[in-house]
Design a protein around this ligand. Structure first.
Ligand code: GDG
Length: 491
């Protein structure tokens, strides 16, 4: 492996968002697996992260080219923000990414809105990002593109950067060709991806689905079990199951203040058992069926009435999209119905939290929950499953067989998220396990998460990619080399 230049990361969501409110400007770290996973990597490696500047105070906290150093209190790398207008946001992000690629890749074809304007704007925005990458990248800089928002970027970059090492990681499932092919622009999307030297997916089956789609759409390509030779270029295609910052989560979970607050919360709840679910409020996450399974459990095991509460964090996401608003209404109606059916003056069956909860409170919920239900209908990986077993010392994980995480974490209680009865039985099983059984269960799962943490994922990916990252130059040196300090305006 040879030493490489600076790492250039491209993603839709930026890792630091500046928002203006009545009190002034606040810097937020957005929720979601991608930023959770990649920020520690960039903090270690340095480089440039190019992303959509989505915050109301993003422009005033960056320089005239949209650049600033992050994180604010310990600047380690450059964030280059790209500005999108409302039409672009609507058609490229909410439209193409979230109403075409997202539902189709999660096997919800019937939710896909195959609008040509979405495709046209997606192409334009990919072109804009391409220009920014060309401006930022030197000839030796590896370019790591994140996710479905930039499928056209690898090929688009080849005109100006023919020899750069380009990789793309696809964070969601890749469906079978029979499903993917409902997208009219499927060939252009696949062709765009083939500009990369390396394509990563969470699981072997997603990688196999991608390879098979290329076989179907590009019969002239030579496709092996892990590589494609097409148009004079080789693209390697491999599975890399993403992990979490295991040591970081462990350290947090062992903080005395967190333990104390968690114990206080637990004792205030006056129930014997707590079950937790933590998800973005997305139709892929299986929240509705999970609530129905909890209802079925109370119905069939009435001795648990008054003794177990279900805490569901459903953090808001993509609420501009009709399907998300409809699903939210349906879930909230059912929370109300189930609570109305079972509630007692001293006890609430389902505690439903529909806002973004601070990270330390999520940790507390993980710690106090005897059971975590991670039951997506389908999910690329699912980091919540990994976070829970890392933070909790004596709990039980109920995991969907259709979450990418179930490939590695098959010692969890594995369920079919469509099957409400079997999920209800899984709750019974989890709540009946002895403390020793639970301790063994969690230790086994934790071992897997520890072994395949985010740094394992990163190192395995980089090694296959042939990229070696330095420790990152000190921030001062990079400032001298041309990055303007951000113009902070504070009231
Ligand atoms: C994609 C793929 C893949 C959630 N609510 C709150 C909150 N969270 C945090 C969790 C976890 C993350 O967000 C969600 O992780 P997922 O893995 O479920 O991610 P997606 O956003 O669906 O992302 C997924 C991932 O990419 C990585 O490749 O695993 O399959 O769909 O970290 O803890 N965090 C806080 N408040 C909340 O209310 N603080």
């Amino acid at each position: 492996m040879t030493a490489s230049g600076r790492l250039i990361v491209v993603s839709n969501r930026e890792p630091y968002i500046h928002e203006r409110n009545k009190k002034g400007i606040r810097c937020k770290v957005p929720i979601g697996g991608l930023v959770t996973a990649l920020d520690p990597v960039m903090q270690k490696a340095g480089g440039v992260w190019i992303a959509w500047g989505s915050g109301s105070a993003d422009a005033e906290t960056a320089d005239e080219r949209g650049r600033l150093m992050v994180p604010e209190n310990d600047p380690r790398y450059t964030l280059r923000r790209i500005w999108l207008d409302p039409k672009e946001i609507n058609e490229y992000y909410y439209g193409f990414s979230n109403r075409i690629i997202w539902p189709v890749c999660h096997l919800f074809q019937e939710k896909a809105r195959l609008e040509t304007e979405y495709w046209e704007t997606y192409k334009e925005v990919n072109h804009r990002f391409m220009e920014a990458v060309v401006e930022e990248a030197g000839a030796d800089d590896p370019i790591w593109i994140q996710d479905v928002h930039f499928a056209l970027l690898p090929s688009a970059l080849r005109e100006d950067l023919p020899n750069n090492n380009i990789a793309l990681f696809w964070h969601i499932p890749f469906p079978p060709w029979e499903t993917f092919s409902c997208i009219p622009w499927r060939k252009e999307i696949l062709g765009g991806l083939l500009g990369a030297n390396l394509l990563g997916f969470h699981t072997a089956s997603y990688a196999a689905n991608f390879l098979n789609s290329v076989r179907k759409e590009f019969p002239e390509a030579q496709v092996s079990a892990s590589a494609i030779r097409y148009d004079g270029r080789t693209t390697r295609v491999r599975p890399y199951p993403i992990g979490i910052d295991y040591a970081g989560y462990r350290a947090l979970s062992e903080k005395e203040s967190l333990k104390r607050r968690a114990n206080q919360l637990r004792s205030k709840m006056h129930v014997q058992h707590i079950i937790v679910g933590v998800d973005r409020l997305d139709y892929t996450k299986g929240i509705m069926n999970r609530l129905l399974a909890f209802e079925r459990f109370l119905e069939t095991h009435p001795k648990f009435i008054g003794k177990v509460s279900f805490i569901q964090v459903a953090s808001p996401t993509r609420s501009a999209i009709t399907e998300y608003r409809d699903m939210k209404r349906e879930i909230e109606e059912n929370v109300g119905r189930i609570n109305g059916r079972f509630q007692q003056p001293q006890w609430t069956p389902i505690i439903y939290i529909n806002r973004s909860v601070p990270g330390d409170e999520i940790m507390m919920l993980y710690r106090i929950a005897d059971v975590a239900m991670v039951t997506p209908i389908i999910d690329g990986m699912n980091l919540v499953a990994k976070e829970y077993v890392t933070v909790n010392d004596n709990g039980v994980l109920i995991l969907s067989e259709f979450a990418g995480a179930s490939e590695e974490m098959n010692q969890a209680i594995i369920v079919n998220p469509y099957d409400v009865d079997s999920m209800s039985a899984a709750i019974k099983k989890a709540l009946s396990m002895t403390s020793e059984e639970r301790a063994r269960h969690i230790a086994l799962l934790r071992g897997i998460v520890k072994e395949h943490d985010i740094f394992w994922w990163l190192n395995t990916f980089l090694e296959d990619w042939g990229v070696e990252l330095g420790e990152g130059e000190p921030a001062e040196l990079r400032l001298m080399a041309g990055t303007e300090p951000s113009r902070r305006s504070r009231p």
